[in-house]
Design a protein around this ligand. Structure first.
Ligand code: PEP
Ligand code: MG
Length: 582
């Protein structure tokens, strides 16, 4: 049994067999074989082994003929590794003594050797480890042949293990069969992490190198509550986790009683708690937990779920579904936030050579340079807006000029709809996300032109602290409690208050219970959060008064280190609600 620690990004516990995604994905269908089949299974392994040896010999010959002897020798070294009698007899022993399926035995043994070699350190050893992983793939490919399985065609429950998953890959995970996932890379607010929350599957990211510790088919526990992955757990551990999960479910069910309670503080001040969504069917996750509406609809996932560009009708249908399911409650539709890590297939070529995608052509910048795409989306939003309380929000606005240009295009689209005699809503509130420090610093100037602000702390932290939100190696520097972030939030809240504009926080910070008091204390009367956080936050509001929250905000603003802010807020949260999630 092996335990690895990473960053918990989506709560819950999943227990299932691992599906390790390399560049090629193989699903090992059975971990064990029947005792009477052992000899024929050993035979199957031997044939596969012989075929791979033959394949490598012919590669060796080809390379030597075309490139020279020294290149052929690379394959010679592979052959030597694979023909090592110690290795083959260990695999055969596992099949005979432990009844392992030959695929599982080969994967286990080759991975074990790869790991030992890797642990010796150095470039040379790293390359030999890669050779062993390559041999594993060759052997599996021989044995599984046509049964190689893609992520999209799963037939049984798995936990997906990968170096990294892109937001598009995550968006297309088959929710019925993928019970959880764990990745070596990623940070707390990476889009992959956010999507895990949306899919409501337990997930841990930022585990560092661990792929070589796991073989496809091995049992895993993903603990998305504390951020642990347990490889090959023993029976006692499995039992403990089942118990723990049952207790967590009971607490969750108890918190669900807050779904029908108005979100307000102990002294009766209303705080609107809305939900963030990526897919229309998530509205249900929000309404069933008592959301006051949808505070952030990340519409770019319409592009990321499919390789085809959505038509106006596809946009329109998705928006109608969300608006109708909200039953008159507000829906904030954010226009496309494509670019950076969210690159749909149709854009891959265009983005191939972007030197720094986080600072490049993304979000509103991309929409303003791709007007047909932007106009298509705006037409659909304006048409769907007749069905409910819709607000439009532009992402990553960094200058006033950008906001004005986006609004001009919106007016232009209205003119077109009018000329075409198509029904649409004209008086839709138009707001912006504040996720670039420049926008926060000029909040007062922006407040003269926008109808509302929504603070996107995920990007605001990334751009203020110069820390990539998806990079595990700098994850400890990425902190919502940094004094600079609190001050920027304060600037925006004050600019909004002066003009009576609604201000929301829709970044992940507002889903973290320890920041609720400081946000309310700074004057926030609206937050938009990941759906599963809704009940706990609503319950927590009932534990605090406005003067208490203001005092907590005042004290939090007096620290000069993120660490001190976060420790202080953790302590205050425990005082407000001893049961709260830390
Ligand atoms: C944010 O940046 O805080 C935000 C809500 O937008 P996204 O996470 O989609 O970038
Ligand atoms: Mg953002």
């Amino acid at each position: 049994m092996l335990v690895r620690r990473g960053i918990a990004v989506s709560p819950g516990v999943a227990i299932a067999k691992a599906l390790v995604l390399g560049t090629e994905t193989f699903r090992i269908p059975h971990q064990f074989v029947r005792p009477e089949a052992v000899e024929s299974e050993v035979g199957r392994f031997r044939s596969a082994h012989a075929a791979v040896c033959e394949e490598i010999r012919s590669n060796e010959q080809l390379a030597a003929d075309h490139l020279g002897k020294q290149y052929g020798a690379i394959f010679g070294a592979h052959l030597q590794l694979l023909m090592d009698p110690k290795l083959t007899s260990e695999i055969e022993q596992l099949i005979r003594d432990k009844f392992y399926a030959p695929e599982f035995a080969a994967s286990r043994v080759l991975r074990k050797y790869a790991k030992v070699v890797q642990s010796l350190g150095g470039q040379y050893m790293a390359e030999r480890a890669t050779d062993l992983f390559d041999l594993e793939k060759r052997v599996l490919r021989q044995m599984l042949g046509q049964r190689r399985e893609e992520l999209a065609n799963l037939t049984c429950p798995v936990i997906v293990i990968a170096r990294n998953l892109t937001p598009s890959e995550t968006a297309s995970l088959d929710r019925k069969h993928v019970l959880g996932f764990a990745t070596e890379g990623g940070g707390r607010t990476s889009h992959t992490a956010i999507l895990a929350g949306a899919l409501e599957i337990p997930a841990v990211v930022g585990l560092g190198r661990f792929l070589s510790d796991v073989s496809t088919g091995e049992t895993l526990i993903i603990d998305g509550n504390v951020g642990e992955v347990i490889i090959s757990p023993d029976e006692a551990t499995l039992e403990r986790y089942r118990d723990q999960e049952a207790k967590r479910r009971t607490i969750e069910e108890r918190l669900l009683t807050f779904a029908n309670v108005t979100a307000e503080t102990k002294d009766g001040v209303r705080v609107y708690v809305m939900g963030n969504i990526e897919f229309p069917d998530e509205v249900e996750h929000c309404t069933s937990r008592g959301a006051d509406g949808i505070g952030l609809y990340r519409t770019e996932f319409l592009y990321l779920q499919s390789d085809r560009e959505p038509t106006e009708e596809v946009h329109y249908q998705a928006y109608c579904r969300v608006i109708d399911a909200c039953g008159g409650k507000p829906v904030v539709i954010r226009t496309l936030d494509l670019g950076a890590d969210k690159i749909p297939g149709s854009f891959r070529e265009q983005f191939k050579d972007q030197p720094n995608s986080a600072l490049g052509l993304r979000s509103i910048r991309l929409s303003l340079q791709n007007l047909p795409l932007f106009r298509t989306q705006l037409r659909a939003i304006l048409r769907a807006a007749t069905r409910g309380d819709v607000r439009i929000m532009f992402p990553l606005v960094s200058t006033l000029l950008e906001f004005r240009q986006a609004k001009m295009i919106l007016s232009d689209v209205m003119e077109d709809l009018q000329d075409e005699g198509i029904e649409f809503k004209r008086d839709v509130p138009v707001g912006m996300m504040v996720e670039v420090p420049a926008a926060a610093m000029l909040a007062e100037e922006f407040s003269r032109e926008v109808d509302f602000f929504s603070i996107g702390t995920n990007d605001l932290i990334q751009y203020t602290l110069a820390v990539d939100r998806a990079d595990t190696s700098v994850a400890t520097l990425y902190s919502s409690g940094d004094p600079s972030i609190l001050r920027l939030i304060k600037l925006v809240v004050e600019a909004g208050r002066k003009r009576g504009l609604p201000v929301t926080v829709c970044g992940q910070m507002s889903s973290d219970p320890k920041f609720l008091a400081v946000l309310v204390g700074l004057g926030m009367r609206q937050i938009s959060v990941t759906p599963h956080a809704l009940p706990e936050l609503k319950a927590l509001l009932h534990h605090m008064t406005i003067p208490q929250a203001e005092e907590i905000a005042r004290r939090a603003m007096s620290f000069d280190l993120a660490r001190d802010v976060e420790n202080y807020l953790r302590g205050e949260l425990k005082k407000l609600s001893p049961e709260a999630t830390l």
